[in-house]
Design a protein around this ligand. Structure first.
Ligand SMILES: [Fe+2]
Ligand SMILES: [Fe+2]
Length: 189
C-alpha cells in the first residue's frame, strides 16, 4: 500500500498508541501471505477498512483499531498447522483477540471485528457492518499481496531469461568459431 495512511491525521490519531506498541511493531518480523509482513498487512486491512467506514459513516475508531489488531498472533504462518484446536483459520482470530485485550480495551464491536474476520473460511457470521467490511478488506488485501508477489516472481524470471539470452548472444561468436574448428557447416545442423 502507498504511504497514504501515514499522511492521514484522522487515521493516525485513532491508532497512535497501538502503532507504537512493541507487540504491534513486532508483527513486522513475521512473513505474511509469503510476500509481505504481518504488520504491513494489518495496516493495509486497517486503513482500507477505515476509509470505507469514513465513507459510510460507520465507527471509524473501532474499525481502524480492530483492523490493526485482527492478526495479532506471534507464530510464523509456516507453522500454522501446528496451532491445534480447530485449526489456524478458527483459532488465530481468538488468539489475536486475547493478545489485543492485553494491550488495550476492546469494545464488543471491536471484539466482533477481530473474532469474525475469517468469516467465509469459518462458520462465523459478522454481527456488525464494520465486521463485514474488515473481513472483506482482509480478503482483498490478501489477494492484492499475493498478486503483487506473483508479479514480482514473473518479473524476476523474465529478467533472468533476458540475462540468459544476452549471455547466449555474447558467447555466439565463440560458438560459431567452435563449429568452424570442428568442421561443422551450420547449414548441416
Ligand atoms: Fe487473519
Ligand atoms: Fe489478515
Amino acid at each position: 500500500m502507498a504511504l497514504k495512511w501515514q499522511e492521514d491525521k484522522e487515521y493516525l490519531e485513532l491508532i497512535e498508541d497501538l502503532i507504537e506498541h512493541e507487540d504491534v511493531k513486532s508483527l513486522e518480523n513475521f512473513v505474511h501471505h509469503k510476500v509481505t509482513n504481518r504488520l504491513a498487512h494489518s495496516i493495509s486491512v486497517s486503513y482500507s477498512s477505515f476509509c470505507w467506514a469514513r465513507r459510510l459513516n460507520l465507527n471509524t475508531r473501532a474499525i481502524a483499531r480492530a483492523g490493526l489488531l485482527h492478526d495479532l498472533f506471534f507464530y510464523e504462518s509456516e507453522t500454522k498447522n501446528e496451532v491445534g484446536g480447530r485449526g489456524h483459520n478458527y483459532e488465530h482470530p481468538r488468539i489475536a483477540c486475547e493478545n489485543a485485550m492485553k494491550i488495550t480495551e476492546l469494545s464488543e464491536l471491536e471484539q466482533d471485528i477481530i473474532l469474525k474476520h475469517m468469516a467465509g473460511t469459518t462458520l462465523d457470521v459478522p454481527k456488525y457492518p464494520e465486521s463485514l467490511i474488515v473481513t472483506l478488506m482482509d480478503k482483498q488485501c490478501a489477494i492484492q499481496e499475493c498478486a503483487g508477489g506473483f508479479k514480482k516472481f514473473i518479473a524476476k524470471h523474465v529478467n533472468r531469461t533476458k540475462e540468459l539470452a544476452l549471455q547466449l548472444v555474447a558467447i555466439q561468436p565463440n560458438y560459431e568459431s567452435y563449429l568452424t574448428y570442428q568442421g561443422v557447416d551450420e547449414r548441416e545442423m
